[in-house]
Write a protein that binds this ligand. Structure first.
Ligand SMILES: NC(=O)c1ccc[n+]([C@@H]2O[C@H](COP(=O)([O-])OP(=O)(O)OC[C@H]3O[C@@H](n4cnc5c(N)ncnc54)[C@H](OP(=O)(O)O)[C@@H]3O)[C@@H](O)[C@H]2O)c1
Length: 345
């Protein structure tokens, strides 16, 4: 059994890590932190975990926890993660960081979109934790930077097309919609019921912080610097992301060729499901699971391909992918703890 600490266990991704890990055959949760809920049982913070986890939230420094765990998940906001992660690494422990702090390879790019990076020397050591692309690097990583939720849905949808030079990279437009849990559990006016229920709106248009992360990985796949348009929207649902991505096809690319690209790229992947012709992904068919469902349609009138992908933002977009990374880092079967089918309706 490996021992697990969840730093920031009282948030949505921390709670989801606990939900997934309490059923993991080779992992045991041995420490969880929260400042607000110090001394409270995690099952009181998250009543759905009643009788499933019996651990108490601590508000301890990571140094004090270092003997208690082998692997640390940091499920805290960006900026907080960059203060904590180096201290865990100094204690000789492995980290899977769910924040954005170690996803961007260039400190100057990070600082343009976020704020000053105080642990930039760790960026070169971090591996971008998208298993379908970086599995080998993740297997030997001590610091895995778990991808953002929107980037996961967009990069997986585009990878086969970019690797096969099937689309014009500069033509990409990603239009994404997320459930409200994407904003975290901390109270804010923007996520109140009346602000989110029964309506639908874009936010942070041409300005969302996931843009440089998406561009970084899309550029690496394309072999050239790519600038793209990304517009996120807030859906009145608790979980789920649906991304609809448009790109101009290169000459001579047929439906059959695209189908073959997607099927061959992902045929060995446990968590990517390629849909058939005229089948479209939906958030309700991936809910609670680590799946990314991908469908596509070619529009011959515009010579554009429309790729659609659906994930659960707190599973494949966060905690599930983090456990997938942990499995790879520990040499376990990649699907361990993640086998549950989506829950529907
Ligand atoms: N929600 C998603 O869909 C999603 C998807 C991908 C990635 N992420 C990323 O994952 C991280 C966690 O997201 P979340 O949605 O779970 O956030 P959240 O619900 O707001 O939870 C944040 C957690 O961090 C703790 N925390 C906050 N400030 C802290 C500090 N200064 N020191 C120590 N602990 C602190 C909070 O507990 P206390 O306040 O009680 O200490 C809480 O447990 C973020 O970086 C987020 O960007 C989220």
């Amino acid at each position: 059994m490996i021992k697990i600490a969840i730093i920031g266990a009282s948030g949505y991704t921390g709670g989801e890590l606990a939900r997934i890990l309490c059923n993991h055959p080779h992992a045991s949760i041995t420490a969880v932190t929260s400042r607000q809920y110090e001394g409270k049982a995690l099952a009181e913070v998250f009543p759905h975990l009643r009788d499933k986890v019996s651990i108490i939230c601590e508000n301890s420094d990571v140094e004090a926890l270092s003997d208690k765990a082998d692997i640390f998940f940091t499920a805290v906001p960006h900026q907080t993660a960059m203060e904590i992660v180096p201290r865990i690494l100094s204690a000789g422990k492995k980290v899977i960081d769910l924040s954005a702090d170690f996803r961007i390879r260039e400190a100057s790019v990070y600082e343009k979109w976020y704020q000053k990076h105080t642990a930039a020397e760790y960026l070169a050591r971090a591996v971008y934790g998208l298993p379908e692309i970086y599995r080998d690097e993740i297997s030997t990583a001590s610091l895995t930077a778990n991808p953002g939720c929107y980037p996961t849905s967009i990069i997986l949808a585009l990878a086969p097309l970019l690797e096969n030079r099937a689309i014009v990279p500069q033509s990409i437009i990603a239009d994404s919609k997320s459930g409200v849990s994407g904003a975290g559990r901390a109270a804010s006016v923007a996520t109140l019921f009346c602000e989110t229920a029964d309506g639908f709106r874009p936010y942070k248009v041409a300005d969302h912080r996931h843009t440089p992360e998406i561009e970084q990985e899309v550029s690496l796949l394309a072999g050239e610097n790519v600038t793209l348009s990304f517009t996120p929207h807030l859906l009145p649902v608790s979980r789920g992301i649906l991304s609809t991505i448009y790109a101009t096809l290169q000459d001579g690319i047929t439906v059959e060729r695209v189908q073959e690209m997607f099927l061959s790229r992902y045929q060995q992947e446990k968590f990517v499901r390629i849909l058939g012709e005229n089948e479209y992904p939906a958030t309700q068919y991936v809910r609670g699971s680590n799946f990314c469902d991908i469908g596509f349609k070619i529009d011959p009138r515009t010579n554009r391909i429309i790729v659609m992908s659906a994930i659960d933002n707190i599973v494949k977009g966060a905690a599930g992918q983090a456990v997938q990374n942990m499995n790879i880092m520990c040499g376990f079967d990649e699907g361990e703890g993640l086998a549950a089918a989506p829950f529907f309706p």
